[in-house]
Design a binder for this molecule. Sequence first.
Ligand code: HSE
Length: 308
Amino acid sequence: MKSVRVSAPATVSNVCCGFDVLGFAVDAPADEVIVSVADGEGVEITNISGDQGRLPREATRNTASAAVLSLLAAQRLTVKVELELIKNLPLGSGMGSSGASAAAALVGVNQLLNLNLSRHELIPHAMYAENMACGASHADNVAPALLGGFVAIRSYNPLDVISIPIGLTLYCTLVHPALEVRTADARQALNPVVPLKDMVAQNGNMAGLIVGLTQGDADLISRSLHDVVAEPVRAKFLPGLFEMKTIARNAGALGAGISGSGPTIFALSRDEKTAWRTGQLLQQHFSTHHLPSECYVSVINPQGTKVL
Ligand code: HSE
């Protein structure tokens, strides 16, 4: 039996104005998967640590094994795959936990079986697993987890994922309160129809954010980190979302918002000190609501999922 240990990073999706379109990878936290292949048949989850026994062990229901099943079926391969998951990303946190395990498992299988598939070619299999987990094939977590950096999903059909070159160093603060929001619930809450004026505002901000990132224009990034579509509806899942967005900006961050479907809050800053200070103030905010929280600060991870 051949084995490989793979690490996949947490990701921030939506990034305020890019619902289901924008996402980026961070350095920490990260999930790990030990992938083993042997002669035989079937995909098996041999162990999961760090999930308090909450994730499905059944191969068709766990995102890591479901992604591998999708890949093996597409490649018409019969092989035995064993997956051991080491979960460091909290579940239901909005940091791409389900996608990270799937990304790590896919990269491991791709390497061990010498499939030579590109990271882009692995994305649909990770999306299949996301669909199983939350009922939507969104790629804004799995694409940055696999590719690293900042990505945009220009189109879902056909799938067109593009990497956005970043012209400045950014520090991302992630504050995760002891709350859980199911992505399926957070998606269910959204209004399926977006008024024209909101579409104009959202598109303007997304254009501004992408130009700000590529040109390294921090002021433009800051002016663009707004969401008029998802956050106004999802604010009800969090205590004081708009207060937190103001706290982050007052601390010197360029902006802040819900990471993915939440409840984690992300903020972007130009320097590490501001990023930690922002995190401290956001943690204080959660404390006043009797919610313990964890804080992570890291740069944008350029590499994505990596074989250790
Ligand atoms: N774009 C997805 C959503 C991300 O906001 O529902 C889920 O983490």
